[in-house]
Design a binder for this molecule. Structure first.
Ligand code: C2O
Length: 565
């Protein structure tokens, strides 16, 4: 049956190769593989034994058919981060949101078409903490006959930043869930899977990007780290930012980038320095005061190819090291984010039909009776949006429950505003405001609504920048700022001309971000902080977008192989 299905698809793809759009087939085997890092060998979960996983290189307009076979001991799902999944929510991937997980021994075929998107995205596991090792780049080239809005680069590199534990990350998570304490911080960051020269036993395998003198190359940065925002810099070279989250930007030069987990940034680098070796380095932007973080630095090497007379003394010396901002340099992080703009004036959707104001932050749960809890003052760590700490269903996905009208799986009463207004970013937030309420709640939109959301960070326990990601959509970021959002003062400063289009926005530490989009993709779309430690604690909710009346405004029916819970 499956073989037949695949041969039919194969014929279909052969028929289609004569046109410009392709159907591309992949097989992703989820399997454990031994990997040696930081002087020890760990069994990690991989795709096809590769770490990082395979890079998907496709074109806008292509249909991707990815058969995922789970040969690991864990449930898993995969998510195609930033892909809009127009009407194909069943292929989006977050477990218990759009599908039940693929069980060990099971399989599922993700099938979706890329419609009007190009640039750098990525894919990752969306189940438990498997994405610590299960991730890869997803590069979308322009359609045949269309081109980058900049000169064709000499070379292109995907640069995926990761976060590494000297343990099974699932065990790190399990320990923290048992006691309610914060999980252990990581042991290293990685660039394309390698920690680099500053860690023990790592220099031999340091990632090297080989370039020629006088070239301009495109570097596609992805922050795939679990829990850490990262500053990135390259010795001796400035970078010209040309895209973020698979949307082109007005080009600007930067000496340092800052990416939250989930975000991507494409830069052009002209290699016009004395031929030699130059470090690319990344380390934490840790905005939460007094909260422990991995303070290590990952490096890769930008190496000029030596051609005869270009060989110079620099090639023999140790690579130059770039300056990096201090771990708490919020001013640099904010300046970088605010420099990102759409290439030209955008057609901003208006007027706004739905206004939401959603707090995002940490919280604490009282310790259940007869238990020992590891959070502050014997509590359990929590997190919430509008004080609702999100709980995943476990019997059915929300999308299936909605599609098949199965009651009792979720509630559609996520509040439009916080249940209590308070000084969200103040210094001594009362204990009574620190405790969220658990729930599986969605907010429902009519098809085509123009939605504006204020995301307001809180200073409960410790304010922190939250990289907020919305599945199934790209949205305009109209503005960000510090303190409590004030509609009169702050809306005056909105960028209504060329706001950036993103899928993940950094809500500044003890600050706010305002976003706008049209709810024109029916389905159930997870909204969450991309720091996995926070999603684990409940910093998530979902948008439910109803079908429209038109033929192409309705969610497609579910695939026949959609996994059962
Ligand atoms: Cu990058 Cu919910 O995902």
């Amino acid at each position: 049956m499956e073989a037949l299905f695949f041969s039919v698809l194969l014929c279909l793809s052969l028929m289609l190769t004569t046109t410009t759009a392709n159907v591309r087939f992949y097989e992703f085997i989820i399997q454990a593989a031994p990997v040696n890092r930081l002087c020890m060998t760990n069994e990690i979960i991989t795709v096809n034994g590769q770490f990082p996983g395979p890079t998907l290189e496709v074109r806008d307009g292509d249909t991707l058919v990815i058969k995922v076979v789970n040969q690991a001991i864990y449930n898993i799902t995969l998510h195609w981060h930033g892909i809009q999944q127009l009407r194909t929510g069943w292929a989006d991937g977050p477990e218990y949101i759009t599908q039940c997980p693929i069980k060990p021994g099971g399989s599922y075929i993700y099938r979706f078409t890329i419609e009007g998107q190009e640039g750098t995205l990525w894919w990752h596991a969306h189940s438990s903490w498997l994405r610590a090792t299960v991730y890869g780049a997803l590069i979308i080239y322009p359609k045949v006959g269309s081109f980058y809005p900049f000169l064709n680069p000499s070379r292109e590199f995907a640069v995926i930043l990761g976060e590494w534990w000297n343990r099974n990350p699932i065990d790190v998570l399990r320990d923290s869930m048992r006691t309610g304490a914060a999980p252990n911080i990581s042991d290293a960051f990685t660039i394309n899977g390698q920690p680099g020269d500053l860690y023990d036993c790592s220099s031999r395998d340091t990632t090297v990007f080989t370039v020629g003198w006088g070239e301009t190359s495109l570097f596609r940065f992805v922050n795939a780290a679990m829990n850490t925002e990262l500053f990135i810099s390259i010795a001796g070279h400035s970078m010209t930012v040309v895209a973020a989250d698979a949307a082109y930007t007005k080009p600007f030069t930067a000496s340092v980038l800052m990416l939250g987990p989930g975000q991507t940034t494409d830069v052009l680098i002209t290699t016009n320095q004395p031929p030699g070796r130059y470090y690319m380095a990344a380390r934490a932007y840790a905005s939460a005061r007094g909260v422990p973080f991995d303070n290590t630095t990952t490096t890769a090497v930008l190496r000029y190819k030596f051609t005869g007379c270009a060989r110079s003394r620099r090639g023999l010396q140790p690579p130059l090291f770039p300056p990096l901002p201090a771990f708490n340099d919020t001013a640099t992080a904010a300046a970088f984010a605010n420099a990102i703009r759409s290439p030209s004036a955008v057609n901003l959707p208006s007027p706004v039909d739905e206004q939401l104001f959603i707090t995002v932050g940490i919280g604490l749960f009282n310790c259940p009776p007869l238990q020992q809890c590891g959070g502050p003052n014997g509590t359990r760590m929590g997190a919430s949006m509008n004080n609702i700490s999100f709980v995943l269903p476990n019997t059915l996905s929300i999308l299936e429950a909605y599609y098949e009208s199965v009651p009792g799986v979720f509630d559609a009463d996520f509040p439009r505003v916080p249940p209590i207004q308070f000084d969200y970013t103040g210094n001594n937030i009362s204990q009574s405001l620190q405790q969220p309420v658990r729930g599986t709640k969605v907010y429902k939109f009519k098809y085509g609504s123009v939605v504006q959301v204020v995301l307001q960070g809180t200073n409960i326990l410790a304010g922190e920048e939250h990289p907020m990601h919305i599945h199934g959509y790209q949205f305009y970021v109209l503005g960000t700022g510090f303190g409590n959002y004030n509609p009169i003062r702050d809306s005056g400063g909105f960028n209504l001309v060329d706001p950036p289009l993103r899928n993940t926005v950094g809500v500044p530490v003890n600050g706010w971000a305002v976003i706008r989009f049209v709810a024109d993709n029916p389905g159930v779309w997870l909204v969450h902080c991309h720091l996995d430690v926070h999603i684990t604690w409940g910093l998530a909710m979902a948008f439910l977008v109803e079908n429209g009346a038109g033929r192409l405004q309705a969610l497609q029916p579910p695939p026949i192989d959609l996994p059962l819970c």
